[in-house]
Ligand binder design. Sequence first.
Ligand SMILES: [Zn+2]
Length: 65
Amino acid sequence: MSEWNKLIPKPRSSFVRVKCPKCGNEQLIFSNAVNKVTCNVCSAVLAEPTGGRAKLKGDVQSVFE
Ligand SMILES: [Zn+2]
């Protein structure tokens, strides 16, 4: 059993609440974002498109499917 070693399961698409690493603002973003997502407060990049799932920059607080 390596439960702790598992990453977040891969939903096809979902919203994730990400905490901005810079200012701590929590923002809901789409995990399959095709555009760069920036923080509403400080404009730090929170997610970058990678051709599939977005690469998240901040801490994921929760996932909504
Ligand atoms: Zn921010």
